[in-house]
Ligand binder design. Sequence first.
Ligand SMILES: Cc1ncc(COP(=O)(O)O)c(C=O)c1O
Length: 382
Amino acid sequence: MAVSTASTGPFIRAAINGLPPYSAGRSVRDAAGGGAVASDLLGLAANEGPYGPFPAAAAAAVECVHSANLYPQSGFRSLRGELADFLGVGVERVAVGAGGIALIHHLSVALLDEGTTIVTGTPTFHAYALDARKQGASARTAPVRLDGGYDLAAMLELVDDLSRIVYVCNPNNPTGGIVTREELLRFVDAVPESTTVVVDEAYFEYARSTGYPDTIADRAFHRPNLVTLRTFSKAYGLAGLRVAYLVGSPALIEAVQKVQSNYEVTSVALAAARASLPEADELARRVELNRAGRATLTEGLRRFGFPPIDSHANFVYAEVGDGKLFAKALEAEGIIVRPANAMGDPAGARITVGTPEQVERTVEALSRVAGHVGPRRGSTYR
Ligand SMILES: Cc1ncc(COP(=O)(O)O)c(C=O)c1O
């Protein structure tokens, strides 16, 4: 057999060689060197819930650690069944995975061949395009609307025979805007059946508002080519445990289950998620605190000259002039926020809504950095 002497190392697929290294943005764990998180440093860059797991979930996780010598339940059947009851759907419509990021990866592996495309908005959650590129597929993007919601009419223009997935991030990360039930229904009616619509509702719990669709409860969205993604990472405060779910077309759910690794969700994460589901009052309390904090943060941004977009999630996006400079100025104040350059908008930044005290501290810091950084006078978002 002829051996090529030109080789300089192991063969790596061209799609992977061409990828930029993953950049998650700076976190409080980075600032703390991966160790204990300094109590005076405020991490508002990752849209984590600020309150930790629900007390019942923390207790269940601690209890479960004692049996960590055992593998998790195969097929995650208990959590899938409890989610099915909680959501009022059949269990064949439910998959769980190690976070929404893992489920987006599985959908990409199951649906995307080399040369196919995904269609999505910009700026938006980076994983959609990144996971497409890992498969040798590419992303077509339509700019989001000025209110931060997806421009579904513009996206429809980008859908063709090569389009395997259309992602609708609702509310959109990082802009916080939504599309309404009527807009989304019109869109899914027009998308061909061979193209899967993934509705990413990572921030669903925060978004309850007039016109916002619930694509799991609303039977009009039960289609052979539609799945909805939700996560325990945000309103349920379990980002560090990695557990999320997909609900929708049984054929798509089965495809994802074939792709995912056995036992990818840990027993501790499964226990915490199961204990969280019945805690409706605690969830409502946190959602209400977020709503109030979001209003205060939005008003503070506006007052100090950073035009914000009205948000339906647990973060607020604003025009800040130069996102990186803005983030640097706030880090000097002990607050880590997310510049949006890596998401396709160098003039934007996203700030997570913290506890009431954290929001107050953020607004005070905004008042101090306002003289040094910011958009041109009289600017509105984009
Ligand atoms: C829009 C969106 N989808 C999915 C996720 C994935 O979350 P996780 O992997 O923590 O479930 C995130 C996380 O930030 C997100 O913003």
